[in-house]
Ligand binder design. Structure first.
Ligand SMILES: [Zn+2]
Length: 320
């Protein structure tokens, strides 16, 4: 797999529920310029697409770039897509996006070719070419945030699956009995056990159970967030440390299943919760080393993502 820029620049778009990040990316994966525009999903998909088109035109004008210098536009979308048809099939957090022929609309409006894939696979592509996965041939890139997803590249090839849903690791069932109900309708899924919301839920339960914890003080009457729990842990708060230990354990169990199945060279973990650093990474590595097959872990590297929030737009720019 190699990057395939037909011109000097491509545009990468990371479509989110609240904001859309748009970047001009060069052939070497450098972001030349980036900006964001509101999604305003309640106004309908046509309005959102117009926001994107106007933002692209503004960005080009601001940077003295002509549309003829742009090879195409790639979109990372938070949901189900058909990359072969350039179709957005369904976005659970952005209402109204059902079977939208995004590539066709962009071609008509801007005269540019467009590519579409899901946002987690885009982030994986970004990390593969220009981030923590650079130089490796087989990698799994997990994104742990509100939900959990993954992008899988094996033997240099991005796996999309027969209906483009490969990588849905968040719905790997880790508890067969008595697990919590997941957004997918199932129970006991990985993301009900280890994700931003599960960290907050554990923190709230500990408080309800009467445990005194630093994160309560840090939240100062406001909402508890995974970042606050991580900060409390960095101050030595035992309850907060336990929460990250449990979260790391479950991520480690999921990765154990993945490396036993796919035997990648590297597993990259990105998303908001990785800001907790070793607090999260240590229990992950310990669990994988204890539980996975020796052949799967002998050469395995487990590390954090490098590109942060930019992975999505950089990866999206590689779709065209
Ligand atoms: Zn699920």
């Amino acid at each position: 797999m190699s990057t395939n820029f037909s011109k000097n620049f491509n545009i990468g778009v990371d479509l989110g529920g609240t904001n859309i990040k748009i970047a001009v990316v060069d052939k070497c994966g450098n972001i030349i310029y980036s900006d964001s525009t509101p999604t305003e999903a309640h106004m309908g998909y046509g309005h959102t697409i117009n926001n994107i088109i106007n933002a692209i035109k503004n960005i080009l004008a601001k940077n003295n770039l002509d549309i003829s210098q742009i090879g195409g536009v790639g979109f990372g979308c938070p949901g189900m897509v058909d990359p072969e048809k350039g179709l957005v099939k369904f976005l659970p957090n952005i209402p109204g996006w059902i079977n939208i022929d995004l590539a066709d609309i962009i071609k008509q409006e801007l005269g540019l070719k467009a590519g579409v894939d899901n946002d987690v696979r885009c982030a994986a592509l970004g990390e593969y070419y220009y981030g923590a996965g650079k130089g490796y041939n087989s990698m799994v890139c997990l994104t742990v945030g509100t939900g959990v997803g993954s992008g899988i590249i094996l033997g240099g090839k991005l796996l999309r699956g027969s209906n483009f849903s490969a990588g849905e690791i968040g719905h790997m069932i880790l508890q067969e009995h008595g697990g919590k109900i997941c957004g997918c309708g199932g129970t006991g899924c990985f993301e009900t056990l280890a994700s931003g919301p599960s960290i907050v839920e554990m923190a709230e339960k500990y408080i309800m159970g009467g445990k005194s914890a630093k994160f309560r003080e840090l939240a100062d009457g406001g909402e508890i967030t995974p970042e606050i729990v991580a900060r409390a842990a960095s101050f030595g708060d035992e309850v907060a440390k336990t929460i990250y230990k449990i979260t790391g354990y479950w991520i480690g169990i999921a990765i154990t299943n993945v490396v036993n199945l796919l035997n990648p060279e590297i597993v990259i973990i990105g998303g908001g919760v990785t800001n907790a650093g070793d607090l999260l990474m240590d229990p992950i590595k310990r669990t994988v080393n204890e539980r996975a097959l020796k052949t799967a872990t002998e050469k395995l590297i487990i590390t954090t993502a490098k590109l942060g929030n930019n992975a999505g737009v950089i990866g999206a720019s590689l779709l065209v």
